[in-house]
Ligand binder design. Structure first.
Ligand SMILES: N[C@@H](CCC(=O)N[C@@H](CS)C(=O)NCC(=O)O)C(=O)O
Length: 222
């Protein structure tokens, strides 16, 4: 039975799912949803995810939205070490994934909305939102930086879904200008993943190509 994942290559959330599937060697069929044309809000798509958000996975009568849930579903299928090699690691991976969704990526998403999506729609940045995001990004990044001082990965001694979730905001960093570079261990960790995980590098190229083509089309270059 084929596994479909719906999404737009410009999406950092889709990138998490595509990269994880590639790392695990799980074949998927990507169904394009053009987010720049609002295709995640059609009645047909809203039947898949009433929130109008991508990615969405579909396999038979199973439909899952939220990239982290999709990745756990895929990893469970093949008992992948991406979910940790022991039960203890698995809970640590989940801990960091939940933290990433609630306390980490959210601020980069808001920054993206202000500095990239809003700009593409001709709106100017809201300084109070930008300041709120920068304050929260810096305080979380400081903790990550300390965590990564003597570790190569977020959990254990190899890549897990926690690395993928936490590295996701780096997908748009050249556009959001999130201040990650101020945190040397954090910056070195994401560069190491980019340099050593081909699926992470390939999906970055696809994402940058898609974003740059769209933004150039609306007269924005970075
Ligand atoms: N927490 C969700 C975030 C999903 C999300 O924000 N997706 C964006 C693309 S990165 C989207 O589909 N946006 C469409 C829209 O807002 O219209 C996940 O991790 O999957």
């Amino acid at each position: 039975m084929s596994i479909k994942i719906y999404g737009d290559l410009g999406s950092g959330s889709l990138r998490r799912a595509l990269a994880a599937a590639k790392i695990m060697g799980i074949e998927i069929e990507r169904v394009n949803v053009d987010l720049f044309k609002g295709e995640s809000h059609t009645p047909e798509f809203l039947r898949l995810n009433p929130h109008g958000l991508t990615p969405v996975l579909q396999e038979g009568d199973t439909t899952i939205w939220e990239a982290s849930a999709i990745n756990i579903y895929l990893a469970d299928k093949i008992s992948s070490p991406l979910l940790g090699k022991t039960s203890k690691e698995r809970y640590e991976v989940l801990q960091w994934m939940f933290w990433s969704g609630e306390q980490w990526r959210i601020f980069s998403t808001l920054l993206f909305n202000e500095r990239v999506a809003g700009r593409a729609m001709g709106q100017s940045e809201d300084a109070s939102i930008v300041n709120l995001t920068l304050k929260n990004i810096r305080s979380a990044a400081q903790v990550l930086d300390a965590h990564l001082a003597e570790r190569r990965f977020i959990v254990g001694d190899q890549l897990t879904l926690a690395d993928i979730d936490i590295a996701a905001p780096f997908s748009q960093v050249h556009r959001t200008k999130a201040p990650f570079v101020e945190f040397p261990n954090l910056w070195a960790w994401q560069q190491r993943i980019l340099d050593t995980v081909p699926a992470w590098a390939e999906t970055k190229c696809d994402l940058d190509d898609r974003m740059n083509a769209f933004l150039t089309g609306v007269g924005i270059t970075y």
